[in-house]
Design a binder for this molecule. Structure first.
Ligand SMILES: Nc1ncnc2c1ncn2[C@@H]1O[C@H](COP(=O)(O)OP(=O)(O)OP(=O)(O)O)[C@@H](O)[C@H]1O
Ligand SMILES: O=P(O)(O)OC[C@H]1O[C@H](OP(=O)(O)OP(=O)(O)O)[C@H](O)[C@@H]1O
Length: 212
């Protein structure tokens, strides 16, 4: 029986761009990818099985080895250190993490509050700046926090910048650029090295064409 490579795909924002990239790399992904709600899609001819996961869960599936490889945002990788290798910057779903807040406001002198979906990234950033802060973890609508008085600043993703502008917020510092990455389980990489290297080579060609 031939080997199967299991790929954890992030549903949501990254999905379409990732599917597009795989198709450009020559993988024949059926229309199921565009229209179905199935969470496991197997393509026997390609020796591939896709599992469709919540973006933040992709590294979990890969770390535990139930997926050999996966596609995850650099933001997710930075927030939770995982025992996986990062093989390729896919250069898709570009955005960045930034500190933002109400314009012309100083942070509270004592333990300013920082609201974010990324508590570890935010804590590390302010530690490096030598600032003692209180992190408040939120799960969405982060921009509400400074407006409603929950926090002095937020650490959040900025893409077009529209959410900041429409909520009267400004960016104070850019922390790190974010794109999606191809990640691999270390054991899978040893055992299925040929299949994985083939996939990386095919994707690398497309990525470099798209970037240049
Ligand atoms: N404007 C953006 N906002 C958030 N994430 C973005 C943006 N642009 C690109 N990304 C990338 O997409 C990933 C998030 O995708 P998506 O918003 O579909 O998932 P999610 O955070 O689980 O969303 P939700 O919790 O709203 O379901 C991030 O990890 C990041 O790498
Ligand atoms: O710079 P922009 O293009 O406006 O994109 C940035 C916004 O998009 C994301 O929120 P999302 O839409 O995922 O909603 P959420 O608040 O539920 O996380 C992110 O958290 C910002 O709020």
């Amino acid at each position: 029986m031939s080997e199967i490579l299991t790929i954890a795909m992030p549903k949501g924002r990254i999905f379409e761009e990732a599917v597009d990239l795989l198709r450009k790399a020559g993988y024949l992904l059926p229309p199921e990818f565009d229209e179905s709600r199935k969470l496991i899609i197997e393509i026997e001819e390609e020796g591939l099985r896709f599992i469709l996961a919540k973006p933040t869960d992709v590294p979990t599936y890969v770390e535990h080895g139930v997926a050999d490889i996966g596609i995850a945002g650099k933001d997710v990788m930075l927030e939770e250190e995982r025992d996986v290798y990062e093989l390729l910057d896919l250069q898709i779903s570009g955005c960045y993490l930034a500190v933002a807040g109400l314009p012309n406001t100083k942070m509270n002198d004592v333990a300013p509050k920082i609201a974010t979906k990324y508590p570890n990234v935010a804590a590390a950033y302010f530690r490096e700046q030598g600032e003692q802060v209180e992190i408040i973890k939120l799960n969405g609508s982060i921009e509400l926090a400074p407006i409603i008085g929950l926090a002095d600043r937020i650490v959040d993703i900025v893409s077009t910048g529209r959410t900041l502008v429409e909520n009267g917020l400004v960016e104070y510092e850019r922390i790190v650029d974010v794109t999606s990455r191809l990640i691999v389980n270390p054991v899978s990489y040893r055992i299925k090295d040929k299949m994985i290297n083939d996939l990386v080579a095919r994707l690398s060609k497309v990525v470099s064409v798209e970037v240049n």
